[in-house]
Design a protein around this ligand. Structure first.
Ligand SMILES: Cc1cc2nc3c(=O)[nH]c(=O)nc-3n(C[C@H](O)[C@H](O)[C@H](O)COP(=O)(O)OP(=O)(O)OC[C@H]3O[C@@H](n4cnc5c(N)ncnc54)[C@H](O)[C@@H]3O)c2cc1C
Length: 523
């Protein structure tokens, strides 16, 4: 009798808790959706993520071929070693569970007779540049001062701008002060203009390539974003051993262990909206799911223009999609090679020897990366090597209409790349054991990102100053947005941060304290 009434009370408590627990649906299990999911559980929301694919991670993905792992994202994770975003990665559980490798250099620019290694050692970089072009001394000193100086990212805050109080803003001042001079002198300048000012033609290219390189261009890169570049990209940022997919899997595991649910193969095609309030989602198979809040962490263009038909946008959002430029997609030639590349710089930008076009464009420089610092990526003594080519989405979209032509073009790019690497590394051709060529169409098919973009929007002087992410759509309640389309300067760090911020805003609208750990769930 006593036992049964105790059970009844326990059941009542659970029932009451369930009734009180508000629910969140998240669309997309990329870094933004997973992060939103974790913070939603930390804050006691019943949370389900709907993901079109069969595994979590979105662009943070990898696949195996003959013992090699081809992993495409997270060549560096901002804040994984230290910095303003470190706390968030810790909260998400990856700092204590994943080892990060820290490179001692950013990249090698190899112009044949002239070479520049972007080392983490300030003096080494300056000495190399001075030796290359003593007459550029003034410009070299300015560049070195900027890239090794105060880090612009130190001024970043984890809190959404909408919730920043006067005191929060005051706290950032000491971090902004060392950068103030740059805001006055550099706010309209670009890296490209600065690089052109060098008298030495190799330095013109090598300086630009620090951010705007072959394979991953960054046109109109704001000069001010160079502040602390080596600090933020090398010294404070590591590469996760096991690759970006292992990070995504770890975060997804923690989410599930703490009561979150992920429904895979669930393509969300519509939102259920009543009186300008989002009540739920509809999947491709017609099934419907309802929640108190919906977070859209999938492709932004699909949400705004295909699903919402452009009804819930304002001037700012319109400008993003009309005037900003999406990061150009990439064709990768990924190779498993029976050769140890660990003595080579992990990223080398070099001049090709053969004259050829790749995906319709002549290439003056190539970018090659290897993953030999991570023993989990290839069998012992072997390496994963990749060459990136930035390439227009439309080119591949058109080609993909003809399967044979599409296949032939991929093969042509692979053959060209191997011939080029054979010249650079004699014997390379016969050491290639496996090869794969994902294209912008692969990105589109896999993640549904607009124009196959790997990273949302390019950062420019213009959008840098209007950079607060779009968390909500005007006139539409209960919907929050997260991910790489919500603001410029994304990468995994801002994708994850936007998920965190969406939950902080939801907690605020629930008048609840924002919790950043799972302790309350365990109590
Ligand atoms: C080659 C490459 C290198 C990169 N290098 C780095 C790096 O070094 N450092 C770094 O920080 N970042 C890097 N990035 C960028 C980084 O990977 C992305 O910015 C980040 O992963 C974006 O996360 P997201 O969650 O916003 O979007 P996504 O990863 O695109 O996730 C969106 C998810 O939503 C799902 N989805 C979309 N629509 C729907 C729908 N309708 N229904 C259900 N599910 C849906 C997709 O399948 C996907 O899983 C790189 C990216 C690439 C491709």
């Amino acid at each position: 009798m006593v036992k049964s009434s105790l059970r009844t009370i326990q059941l009542q408590v659970i029932y009451k808790k369930l009734l009180m627990e508000k629910s969140v649906i998240i669309v997309g299990a990329g870094m933004a959706g997973l992060s939103a999911g974790c913070y939603a559980r930390m804050n006691g929301f019943k949370t389900t993520i709907f993901e079109l694919h069969t595994s979590p991670g979105g662009l943070c993905t990898a696949w195996k071929r003959k013992g090699y792992t081809f992993d495409i994202s997270m060549h560096l994770v901002t804040g994984s070693i230290k910095g303003a975003h470190h706390t968030m990665w810790k909260e998400l559980g990856i700092i204590d569970s994943i080892r990060f490798h820290v490179h001692d250099h950013y990249a090698m620019i190899d112009g044949g007779d002239k070479k520049l290694l972007y080392s983490a050692d300030r003096k080494k970089v300056q000495d190399q540049m001075m030796e290359i072009s003593p007459s550029d001394e003034k410009r070299i000193r300015k560049f070195i001062k900027m890239i090794f100086g105060p880090d612009i990212l130190d001024a970043a805050s984890l809190k959404p701008a909408e919730l920043s109080s006067f005191t929060d803003k005051l706290k950032v001042i000491p971090k902004i002060l060392p950068l103030v001079k740059y805001f006055f002198t550099e706010s309209n300048n670009t890296l490209q203009d600065f690089a052109t000012g060098f008298s030495d033609s190799f330095l013109k290219d090598a300086v630009r390539f620090i951010a705007d390189g072959p394979g991953w261009p960054m046109p109109q890169y704001p000069m001010i974003a160079l502040a602390g570049f080596i600090n933020s990209t090398v010294i404070k940022s590591g590469v996760p051993l096991g690759g970006s997919q292992s990070v995504a899997y770890k975060i997804a595991d923690l989410f599930k262990k703490n009561g979150g649910e992920v429904k895979f193969k669930s393509y969300v095609t519509d939102l259920i909206i009543i009186d300008d309030k989002v009540k739920g989602i509809r999947l491709k198979d017609g099934s419907e799911y309802f929640a108190d809040y919906i977070i859209w962490a999938g492709d932004g263009h699909t949400l705004l223009f295909d699903i919402l038909k452009g009804k819930y946008i304002d001037k700012r959002i319109k400008k993003m999609y009309e005037a900003w430029t999406p990061v150009k997609p990439v064709v990768h030639v990924m190779m498993g090679v029976n050769r140890d590349f660990s003595d080579e710089p992990h990223r080398t930008i070099f001049r090709p020897s053969l004259v050829d076009t790749v995906a319709g464009e002549k290439r003056e420089w190539l970018c090659m990366l290897h993953h030999s610092f991570d023993s989990s990526m290839a069998p012992e003594g072997k390496s994963v090597v990749e060459v990136w080519y930035d390439s227009d989405f439309e080119y591949w979209e058109k080609l993909s209409g003809d399967k044979e032509k599409y296949k032939t073009e991929k093969q042509k790019i692979a053959d060209y790349t191997i011939s080029e690497l054979e010249i650079r590394y004699p014997g390379f051709k016969n050491q290639v054991e496996v090869i794969d060529v994902p294209t912008p169409m692969t990105y589109k098919r896999y993640t549904d990102n607009w124009k196959g973009s790997p990273d949302g929007w390019y950062l420019t002087n213009e959008n840098l100053t209007q950079g607060d992410p779009v968390h909500r759509l005007p006139g539409l309640d209960n919907l929050f947005t997260a991910g790489q389309w919500t603001g410029p300067y994304t990468g995994t760090v801002i994708a994850a941060l936007s998920g965190r911020q969406a939950i902080e805003l939801i907690s605020k609208s629930e008048k609840k304290e924002f919790i950043t750990n799972y302790n309350r769930l365990i109590e």
